[in-house]
Design a protein around this ligand. Structure first.
Ligand SMILES: *Cc1c(COP(=O)(O)O)cnc(C)c1O
Ligand code: SF4
Length: 441
């Protein structure tokens, strides 16, 4: 079965929208002119509770909302709708939305024989991210997504990967890499045939260090039926091939709310995938308006474990796009984490977080503590650009409002230990310069 896709062009045809307030529909059009918007009929018919608009978490997750733009920008876009000046205004607004947080464009792109490899990012020693060219879109777009510039055409590069051969060659030169993580967009938009053209060479060439293949995807939320029809059998046998070759296959499933896990189609898809030997691990950011509530997380983690999935990461939402609308202060994110974590069985406590994916690495907020009468936040590197930082705890002054590491201050004043590293400082200055010069073009 193919679900019908809706974009700005045809969303007014959605039957359920006929009873929705005019202002809400206007916001879809205004904000959807700036941010990517796409939704499919599975989400509309099976996930959204249309009695609960606009607060329904899945509606917030997939339909652009008025609060995602500052009021003055909202008004300007609204006034320009349908005019020739719209595109220029939209381009200016997008540039101001920090399209490439954490230096991902400049800093993580590796070299092969001195040439940059556009479809690959290598930040943490053990894991390479791979952006297959044909996987750079999604079934529906998430309103908070930090990959949004790829969908609206801001990136000339779109991280397009020309060659799986390049990836294999890179892995052969880098035996320290244990994992390849297919990402996007959503790699599961590729047909089984296309996906296997990317995966089979990894099995056949079998680079020395490679142990696992991961696929980062929201297919289980947005299109679980994909595993259950004739084409679905193609994915299932491909997944079996990976397991039979002795490589671990991890589906890194992105779920933001328990309402994404209630349909029978989802349960059937999870069962079909698990039978192949693949593991499903789950992750999501904490998002205001969507899941800023411990009970949502308790229910999500329980449900995931009931179905045989493994809770993996809780993230802090990134500093990009409509961050003001979705952001949750670090301390609040930690409270949501802790309250939910306390309420679930140890089997759910495989999850880590809340974690910020920063320029320096993944930093976990361990929580508030008091030492010698001073309130502190304890933090820890889960992943580091420098592998020596991993597992290293450090402290910041307590700040209930900070929502990212660069808003925190070290206890002893000055810089955090990882900001003192000389190599790092030199390259960080370079990134800043590159970011500034690219922001002007
Ligand atoms: C999160 C992430 C990974 C994977 O990290 P794990 O902790 O191994 O799951 C790899 N590369 C980048 C750039 C990441 O952000
Ligand atoms: S599925 Fe993933 S990449 Fe696609 S819009 Fe959602 S968060 Fe972004």
């Amino acid at each position: 079965m193919r679900y019908k896709a809706y974009t700005l062009r045809n969303f007014r045809d959605i039957e359920q929208l006929k009873n929705v307030d005019k202002e809400i529909i206007e916001a879809v059009e205004v904000v959807g002119s700036v941010m990517p918007f796409r939704v499919n009929s599975y989400v509309i018919d099976e996930l959204i509770d249309w009695e609960n608009i606009p607060n329904d978490p899945i509606f917030q997750l997939t339909f652009p909302q008025r609060g995602m733009l500052p009021p003055d920008q909202y008004e300007r876009v609204r006034e320009m709708l349908g005019t020739n000046e719209l595109q220029e205004l939209v381009t200016t607004i997008r540039r101001g939305l920090n399209p490439h947080p954490a230096g991902q464009m400049q800093y993580n792109v590796p070299l092969l024989h001195g040439e940059p490899m556009a479809g690959i990012q290598h930040k943490y020693r053990e894991t390479v991210l791979f952006f297959p060219r044909q996987g750079q879109t999604c079934f529906s777009f998430c309103t908070f997504c930090f990959r949004w510039p790829q969908f609206v055409g801001v990136d000339e590069l779109r991280f397009a990967s020309r060659e799986i051969d390049q990836l294999v060659a890179y892995l052969q030169e880098h035996p320290e890499v244990q994992d390849v993580l297919f990402t996007g967009g959503d790699p599961m938009v590729m047909s089984p045939g296309v996906l296997s053209r990317y995966i089979r060479p990894l099995i056949e060439e079998r680079p020395e260090g490679l142990r696992s293949i991961r696929i980062g995807t929201k297919v289980l939320s947005y299109n679980p039926y994909k595993f259950l029809d004739d084409e679905g059998e193609g994915y299932i046998s491909l997944f079996e091939e990976v397991s039979e070759a002795g490589l671990h296959l991890a589906i890194m499933a992105h779920f933001n709310h328990p309402n994404e896990m209630r349909t029978k189609t989802l349960v059937d898809a999870v069962n079909a995938i698990r039978k192949t030997g693949a593991q499903i691990r789950t992750q999501s950011p904490v998002l205001n308006h969507i899941n800023n509530d411990p009970s949502a997380w308790t229910e999500m983690w329980r449900r995931q474990v009931d179905l045989g999935m493994i809770p993996y990461y809780m993230f802090v939402v990134r500093d990009t796009g409509a961050k003001e609308y979705f952001k949750v202060p670090l301390v609040r994110a930690w409270e949501v984490f802790r309250q939910a974590y306390r309420n679930v069985s140890g089997l759910c406590r495989t999850v880590r977080g809340p974690s910020m994916s920063t320029t320096w690495g993944k930093i976990e907020v361990m929580g508030k503590t008091t030492i010698g009468g001073q309130a502190l936040l304890a933090l820890r590197f889960i992943q580091g650009r420098d592998a020596r930082w991993v597992g290293r705890p450090f402290f910041a002054k307590y700040d209930a409002n900070a929502s990212w590491v660069d808003e925190l201050k070290p206890v002893e004043g000055g810089r955090f230990f990882f900001q003192k590293d000389e190599d790092y400082l030199r390259s960080y200055d370079r990134i800043r310069q590159m970011e500034e010069s690219s922001a002007q073009t």
